[in-house]
Design a protein around this ligand. Structure first.
Ligand code: SF4
Length: 432
């Protein structure tokens, strides 16, 4: 029997239009019904050079369902190329054209000689969520646009991490990861955000290796690039937040890139000294407060649930209750992610549930004894429930509705400090 999914934490694959939007001067061309883009766009931070309200769209209707929408798609791409000044056009299909069997790939192939590249990503909602859609967009660029290169730039590394817009901290996180790589002597290449874009896409084949910082999203793209472009990859499954994980991350990347160990250790020492200076200044707050010294749960996608659990245990010494992974992680990755939740400092292990249903998540949280005020880091859906439990709540995962994020970040040494600031800002408000 069909079930109703309560409070889902992702959108359909077509929401990967936001992945395209995150590439500077890239234009999504939607082959979908007229309401899809409106429904899938977030309300904050999604305007700019091209926004969902003006993405070219075939707006297919009943007539196209009966007679097919390929002619409309062809004219929409032709006109998008004429009137929208972009560097890359990515055609994305929604449910209706894929159900009625429109051959969008065939239509797009007619634009192989266009002045600007046009690629196609199948992103019908029934094929999966926007984590998968994100992978489809990168896959389309790699397989339909990029060519293998014999030219390699020493130290150039393609960096892949968050899913833009699904993670509100995507821009700040990727910039901070770039900064860290630069400090150990690498040249990071990313394709998302300000002043990146087609030039950076063109550099992808020249990289010495790909670095994927994610438990599972993007691994498919790494394998494709290894096969088609001959680029080896390092899969680092934990988004590093705070000193413990960031130092581990830098050591592993340094080793893979064959960077002089002492250079990496110098960078680590500089950051750790400052990180622990800040921690020691606030040790009284951590040790003496009576409101955040018990157990916590994170309700987020695999990326954040794992990253924040590691940080709160390894750097802050908190105790994990059950953790919830909400991104519909494919089965083949679940064991490996579970193992990471077991791999915490001091022999601590965290129990984890791969659960997409908000009702089930809330039922488990409500029935657990947190031995004091529960600390819940999750989506906005958890706010009301946590308040009823008299707990402390921080909105760190989609949907984020009680925070505006421009380029703030939680990754790295500085990101860890930002996260502590946010958590303890909630805590000190209890004293006021
Ligand atoms: S599920 Fe299908 S119809 Fe609904 S927004 Fe996504 S692509 Fe459009």
């Amino acid at each position: 029997m069909a079930k109703i999914l309560d409070k889902q934490r992702y959108k359909c694959a077509l929401a990967a239009m936001q992945t395209v939007q995150a590439i500077d001067r890239a234009c999504p061309v939607l082959h979908s019904g007229p309401g899809c883009a409106q429904k899938l766009s977030d309300t904050t931070g999604s305007s700019g050079y091209l926004s969902p309200q003006i993405f070219p769209c075939t707006s297919i209707n009943e007539k196209d369902v009966v007679f097919g929408g390929v002619k409309k798609l062809e004219s929409t791409i032709t006109n998008a190329l004429k009137v929208i000044d972009a560097d890359l056009y990515v055609v994305l299909t929604g449910c209706i054209p894929e159900i009625v069997g429109d051959d969008a790939a065939e239509v797009v192939s007619k634009f192989a000689d266009a002045d600007k590249p046009v690629v196609f990503a199948p992103t019908a909602g029934f094929k999966g969520n926007n984590y998968k859609g994100h992978e489809q967009v990168v896959e389309a660029i790699v397989t339909q646009y990029l060519k293998k290169s014999d030219k390699k730039q020493k130290g150039l590394v393609n960096l892949w991490a968050d899913v833009p817009y699904q993670d509100l901290f995507w821009l700040g996180n990727i910039r901070e990861l770039e900064n860290l790589l630069r400090e150990i002597g690498l040249t990071p290449n990313t394709i998302f955000g300000y002043q990146r874009g087609i030039d950076n896409i063109n550099k992808i084949p020249e990289a010495e290796f790909n670095l994927l910082v994610s438990p599972w999203v993007g691994l498919k793209n790494m394998k494709t690039m290894e096969k088609r472009l001959g680029i080896p990859y390092l899969h680092y499954p934990v988004l590093p937040v705070g000193a413990t994980e960031t130092s581990k991350f830098l050591r592993e990347v340094g080793k893979f890139a064959k960077i002089d160990e002492s250079k990496v250790e110098d960078v680590i020492k500089k950051h750790e000294d400052y990180f622990y200076y800040l921690i020691s200044r606030y040790a009284d707050l951590f040790l003496e407060n009576r409101v955040i010294n018990k157990q916590f749960s994170v309700v987020a996608d695999a990326q954040y649930s794992l990253a924040i659990t590691k940080f709160l245990v390894n750097d802050l010494g908190l105790v994990p209750a059950k953790q919830f992974v909400t991104d519909d992680t494919p089965k083949e990755f679940q064991e490996q992610i579970k193992a990471e939740f077991q791999n915490l400092n001091y022999g601590i292990k965290a129990d984890v549930a791969f659960e997409t249903d908000g009702f089930n998540i809330h039922s488990e949280i409500k029935s657990h004894d947190y031995h004091g005020y529960p600390l819940i880091l999750g989506g906005y859906y958890e706010k009301e429930m946590t308040e009823k439990l008299n707990g402390n709540f921080l909105n760190i995962s989609w949907p984020v509705l009680d925070k505006v994020v421009f380029d703030d970040f939680y990754v790295g040494y500085t990101g860890g400090i930002r996260l502590i600031e946010d958590i303890y800002t909630v805590a000190v408000q209890r004293f006021n």
